[in-house]
Ligand binder design. Structure first.
Ligand code: NI
Ligand code: MN
Length: 225
């Protein structure tokens, strides 16, 4: 599979069979994304929670691409109320889709729709695609159950926030990697706004001191996983 990182929490996975999955596609109003919503395609859109910097341009993309959403039940209901197709799931649940398996995990964070309506719980997500497990933690603080998540779902790639203020900062993110024990960490949710300024190279250095692998992706960069 390929992973393209747009910046913030937004990324796109392309499976070996060519299916495209977007996670939290916040692009048009995202000052750091070199890619705008009109330039991406999605068969599926996975949302970790309903905050505006995660729903982003989901509806415009889904309208153009006829994408199917996957989200926790309450957020899926909201998406369906807007006339889109959403598969509802919830934390702890997994399901096989055309692209592979998806499981929602807990995340320590809030969630509410842009209109202020109830959106259930914020989540993280584990995608099992083309023989690899990718854990996108969503927005979250550090929690000890990351250890359990890593034990139950051996993680190849862990995408986790380092921007502080709304989520983990570097200190807690380093501990999160030690707990979940992925083969490789990828920092997200930093430098989008002044309030979440953080140095991804500092994060990488800290992990390398612990003999852990970290890849810092440029905004817009695509890599083969
Ligand atoms: Ni959030
Ligand atoms: Mn966020």
């Amino acid at each position: 599979m390929k992973l393209r990182y747009f910046s913030h929490s937004a990324c796109q996975i392309t499976t070996n069979s060519g299916l495209k999955i977007l996670i939290d596609p916040f692009l048009d109003n995202n000052p750091t994304s070199p890619v705008k919503s009109a330039d991406v395609d999605a068969d599926f859109i996975v949302l970790t929670h309903a905050h505006g910097d995660h729903i982003g341009d989901s509806f415009a993309i889904a309208k153009r691409c006829n994408s199917k959403f996957i989200a926790v039940f309450e957020l899926a209901n909201y998406i369906e109320s807007k006339g889109f197709n959403a598969h509802p799931m919830h934390i702890g649940g997994s399901r096989a889709f055309e692209f592979g398996k998806l499981k929602f995990t807990m995340a320590m964070h809030g969630t509410v729709t842009p209109e202020g309506s109830y959106a259930g719980l914020a989540a993280g997500v584990i995608l099992s695609i083309d023989g690899k497990n990718l854990y996108h933690t969503g927005d979250t603080g550090l929690f000890y159950d990351m250890k359990l998540i890593g034990e139950m779902n051996p993680i190849d790639y862990m995408l986790l926030p380092i921007g502080d203020n709304f989520t983990m900062g570097i200190d807690d993110a380093v501990k999160a990697v030690e707990l979940a024990n992925p083969k490789c960490a990828i920092p997200i949710h930093y430098n989008t706004f002044p309030v979440i300024e953080s140095d991804p190279m500092e994060f990488k250095k800290r992990l390398e001191k612990l003999n852990r692998k970290c890849i810092v992706l440029n905004f817009g960069q695509e890599i083969e996983l």
